[in-house]
Structures are given as structure tokens and as C-alpha cells.
Design a protein around this ligand. Structure first.
Ligand SMILES: C[S@@+](CC[C@H](N)C(=O)[O-])C[C@H]1O[C@@H](n2cnc3c(N)ncnc32)[C@H](O)[C@@H]1O
Length: 278
């Protein structure tokens, strides 16, 4: 199954270069100068560009971490409402003061989306199963989706069932090591204790972390997704990441002196992907 089966939005490299000049100035003002473990230049620009093209009135962000992406969404769309979700809100160092931003520590699937604008967009940077996130978005009537991570199938750092894994029918197997085994065991102990002590203790699988989300190889997910997708677009990197064969970058290395920050963060690119559902 080739992703070329799907339409792509008409976003030209020329218009991306134009937006990049504006974005570069904004990026210098980011609240977290070294956002290790979060988004860096290429993905921040991709999200900025997509938001400016779609102009959603309501944006859901799932996966806040320290808060850099919340800041970006807020600065890019100052009039839009933003719902920012993370199971662990205590990791935030940037906390928005805007009345347009609402925070919640409940998973995306437990939110109330009864009345949301038609062009709402959800941005997933929570490393959860992509096909489940698509099914939930479809149920909520959200058509515009951005997946920050779209791991290649043989990427040893893959920690979730990505869009590429879906299309390769390969499933996903979490790679256990002793440390993750121990972490999982330690997470289960308080769960079992609390379940025994409190009659109304609500626990759900997501809070047990990364290790319980294997998906056996299957062809159904790609077939079902094929039916639902209108657009599939892997946003290009700003500069080519080293040792990578990804999509043509927006800039070639001649521009590295003009965009030094982008060049120095070029390694951080994981095929950020925009989807539009039918
Ligand atoms: C890679 S970080 C997000 C980085 C952030 N978007 C940025 O650019 O700085 C992933 C975050 O997802 C959060 N997370 C894990 N499971 C989640 C869930 N089910 N819903 C929302 N967030 C979740 C983690 O707590 C972590 O803070």
C-alpha cells in the first residue's frame, strides 16, 4: 500500500520558504530554549505551517510535556480555543495564562466534544496507538489530524503503533528490557493495592505506560484506514537530517548560515504527518 494513493494538500515549497522567514523570528522567542524530549525546529515549523493553512478555530493538543507546543499553537492562532491534554500536567514549565487555553489531565478519548467547530484540528504528540487515535477522532467528528511522530518501521526507537507501521501491516511490538520490566511491575503494585483498598478507584490501561500496547501484524488496519483517509501528507524537514532518506527538505545546505538554528536541529525529524479524514 503506497501512501501516494492519497491526495496531498497543495502546499508548495515556495510558500513554506516564505513562512519559514516569519517562523524563524517566532522560534527565537520560544519559552523553552532547549526542548530535549519535545519538538524541535522542523516539527515546530511543520505544525506552525499546517495551523496557518487550516486555521482551525479549536485545537486539541494531546501530549504537552514542558509546554513548548502549547506556546506555539497559542502564538500561531491567538484567537483559537485550545484544549491541552497530558496525563502528567506537573511536567509543564510553560503554563499559558491565555483565557483561550484549557488544560486537562484526562485522555483525549474521555473529553466532551459535543459542540466543536467543523474545522477543529487535533495534534497528537502523546505516543499512543495511531489507529485508535484516528478512530476516536472520527467518532468525535474531528477531520484534521497531525501526528508528531510517524516512526519508520525499522526505527529502533519506535515506541508506538505508527502510521507507517499500519501501512506496512507489520503491527507493533514493544521492546522490553529489564528496566521497563521493572517499571511496569512497580506501576502495577499501587494499582492492585488501591483496587483492594478503595471501592471507587478508577484506573485505565493508558496510565501503565508504554509497555502494553503491542499490536499483532494485520492487514485490516491499513484497509480500514485507506477507506477513511482523504489526505496523507508527510511534512518535509527544514534541512535534510543526517543519514536519512526522507522527503525532499525545504532548504538545501546552502542556507545553513541563514537558518543556523534550523540546521543545528535538523537531526530531530520523525516524519510529522498531516491527515484529513473523509
Ligand atoms: C513527547 S512529549 C510531548 C512534547 C510536547 N508536545 C513538546 O513539543 O514539547 C509526550 C507527552 O505525552 C504525554 N502523554 C502520555 N500519554 C498520554 C495520553 N494518553 N494523553 C495525553 N498525553 C500523554 C506524556 O506525559 C508526555 O508529556
Amino acid at each position: 500500500m503506497s501512501k501516494k494513493l492519497f491526495k496531498e494538500p497543495r502546499w508548495s515549497y515556495q510558500s513554506m520558504r516564505k513562512e519559514l522567514i516569519r517562523f524563524d523570528k517566532l522560534y527565537k522567542l520560544r519559552p523553552i530554549q532547549n526542548n530535549k524530549g519535545g519538538m524541535l525546529y522542523s516539527h515546530m515549523f511543520a505544525l506552525y505551517y499546517i495551523l496557518r493553512k487550516i486555521k482551525p478555530k479549536f485545537v486539541v493538543e494531546s501530549g504537552i510535556y514542558r509546554g513548548q507546543s502549547t506556546w506555539l499553537i497559542e502564538k500561531t492562532l491567538p484567537k483559537s480555543k485550545i484544549l491541552s491534554l497530558d496525563l502528567y500536567l506537573n511536567k509543564r514549565t510553560y503554563i499559558s495564562k491565555s483565557k483561550n487555553v484549557t488544560y486537562s489531565d484526562k485522555d483525549f478519548k474521555f473529553q466532551n466534544f459535543k459542540s466543536i467547530p467543523k474545522n477543529s484540528l487535533v495534534f497528537f504528540d502523546d505516543h499512543q496507538n495511531s489507529i485508535e487515535r484516528i478512530m476516536q477522532s472520527n467518532f468525535f467528528g474531528i477531520e484534521h489530524l497531525v501526528f508528531e511522530d510517524n516512526y519508520s518501521v525499522n526505527d529502533s526507537t519506535e515506541d508506538m503503533y505508527s502510521l507507517k507501521s499500519i501501512f506496512s501491516n507489520s503491527g507493533f511490538v514493544y521492546k522490553f528490557n529489564w528496566r521497563s520490566n521493572l517499571r511496569l511491575l512497580l506501576r502495577f503494585i499501587p494499582y492492585i493495592l488501591k483496587k483492594n483498598i478503595f471501592k471507587k478507584y478508577y484506573a485505565y490501561i493508558d496510565s501503565f505506560g508504554w509497555s502494553l500496547r503491542d499490536v499483532p501484524p494485520n492487514k485490516s488496519d491499513s484497509k480500514n484506514l485507506e477507506k477513511k483517509l482523504e489526505y496523507y501528507y508527510e511534512f518535509p524537514p527544514t534541512f535534510k537530517p543526517e543519514f536519512s532518506t526522507v522527503n525532499r527538505p525545504i532548504l538545501n545546505s546552502k542556507y545553513r548560515a541563514v537558518f543556523p538554528q534550523a540546521y543545528s536541529e535538523a537531526h530531530s525529524y520523525n516524519n510529522i504527518t498531516y491527515l484529513k479524514l473523509k
